[in-house]
Design a protein around this ligand. Structure first.
Ligand SMILES: [Fe+2]
Length: 330
C-alpha cells in the first residue's frame, strides 16, 4: 500500500509505462487516413494518426520549433499546423513548411519532423511504445479483441483522488460483488466466484452472471458463454478490457501523480464467438447498464481506501493499541 503513496514508485511506474507497448486507442477511432487521437499517455503528449498509407503512426505531439502541442482532441486532418507559429507537418510526421523560411538558415525540413515513437495495430487496438518501435512478437501473448467491423460509440474521462492501482484492482476480483454492488451488479452477477487465467504478463478474470446456471441443461459442446459472463482482460500494466454481453469497454488507468488518476474509457461493439459484430443499438443499451451500475461504486471504494493510507490501518501487523500514524510510532 505504501506503493500507492510513493513519489519514487510513481516515477518508476511512468518509466515502465513508457517502455512497454501499451494500449492507446481503438483502431475504430482512426477510421480514415488523417484520423487522429491526441492525448497524454504516461505523462507524454502523444499524437497517433492514420497516415496516407493507412498505417498508424505515433509521435510526440510537440512542434520541433518551440515545442508547442500541435494537435488537439480526436478529429481528422490533412496536415498538422502548429497554432503558435504555423510550422506545418504531414500525416507522416514530416515537416512540410516553415513560414518565413529565410529566417531559419541551415534548418533542413527533413531534419525537423515530429519525433516518432513506436506504434502497432493488433486486433482492433492501437498500441504505443514511447521508447522505440514495437516488434509484433512483443504482443504475441495478447489476443485479438475486435473484428474489423467493430463500431466505436462512446468515450469518457474520469478523474479520481486515488492511486491508479487501487482503481485497477476493483476490476480484478469478485469478492466484493455482494457487499459493494448490492443493487447494481449483485442482482445479476454471482458473488465471489471468478475464474482467473494468466497469459504472459496479462490475465483474464471471468465474472459469471447468475443466468449461467441455465447452461447446466446443455452438453459441453452447446454451452456457449456469450451473454453468460463478463470477461475482464488485464493487459499489463494499466489497461483493462471488459467484454460484456453486447459491448466491450477499454479502460486505461493513467497515473497523474501517486494519489491522482485519470481513467479513459472507450466503448465499442463486441465480436461474438462466431466472429460477427453486435448491433450498435444493442451495444449502447448494454453500455447504459454498465454506466448506471457499479462503476461509480468501485471508484468511490478506491478513493476511500486511498484516504486511509497515511495511517497504519492497511498494515496487517498492526495491533490494537499501536499508534496509527507512522511518524509517531517510535
Ligand atoms: Fe466492483
Amino acid at each position: 500500500m505504501a506503493n500507492c503513496l510513493s513519489e519514487e514508485r510513481f516515477e518508476s511506474e511512468i518509466a515502465l509505462l513508457r517502455r512497454l507497448p501499451v494500449v492507446y486507442c481503438l483502431s475504430a477511432m482512426l477510421p480514415d487516413n488523417g484520423s487522429y487521437v491526441a492525448r497524454k499517455a504516461a505523462g507524454s503528449p502523444l499524437l497517433v494518426v492514420r497516415a496516407d498509407d493507412g498505417k498508424v503512426r505515433a509521435f510526440i505531439n510537440g512542434c520541433r520549433h518551440r515545442g508547442m502541442q500541435v494537435a488537439k482532441d480526436s478529429v481528422c486532418a490533412r496536415a498538422f499546423v502548429c497554432p503558435y507559429h504555423p510550422w506545418t507537418y504531414g500525416l507522416d510526421g514530416e515537416l512540410r513548411h516553415i513560414p518565413g523560411r529565410e529566417g531559419f538558415p541551415g534548418v533542413e525540413l527533413q531534419d525537423r519532423g515530429f519525433v516518432e515513437v513506436g506504434a502497432l495495430e493488433k486486433g482492433g487496438l492501437v498500441y504505443v511504445n514511447q521508447n522505440g518501435p514495437i516488434d509484433a512478437s512483443m504482443l504475441d501473448d495478447v489476443p485479438d479483441f475486435f473484428a474489423k467491423e467493430q463500431a466505436f460509440f462512446d468515450q469518457r474521462e474520469y478523474f479520481d483522488e486515488a492511486n491508479w492501482k487501487l482503481l485497477a484492482e476493483t476490476t480484478m476480483e469478485g469478492y466484493h460483488i455482494k457487499s459493494l454492488h448490492k443493487k447494481s451488479f449483485y442482482p445479476y452477477g454471482l458473488d465471489n466466484i471468478t475464474l482467473v487465467e494468466n497469459f504472459g504478463a496479462h490475465s483474464r478474470v471471468i465474472f459469471p452472471f447468475k443466468r449461467i446456471e441455465k447452461l447446466r441443461d446443455f452438453g459441453p459442446k452447446d454451452q456457449c458463454l456469450d451473454g453468460m459472463v463478463t470477461s475482464v482482460y488485464q493487459l499489463f500494466p494499466n489497461v483493462a478490457i471488459s467484454v460484456l454481453s453486447k459491448h466491450s469497454t477499454v479502460t486505461t488507468f493513467e497515473p497523474l501523480n501517486p494519489t491522482r488518476t485519470k481513467m479513459l474509457i472507450y466503448r465499442a461493439t463486441n465480436t461474438a464467438s462466431d466472429g460477427t459484430s453486435t448491433d450498435l443499438e444493442e451495444a449502447k443499451r448494454d453500455a447504459g447498464f454498465e454506466k448506471d451500475a457499479g462503476f461509480d461504486e468501485d471508484r468511490e471504494a478506491a478513493c476511500a481506501i486511498q484516504g486511509t493510507l497515511d495511517t497504519k490501518a492497511y498494515i496487517w501487523a498492526f495491533r490494537k493499541g499501536d499508534c496509527a500514524f507512522p511518524s509517531n510510532s517510535g
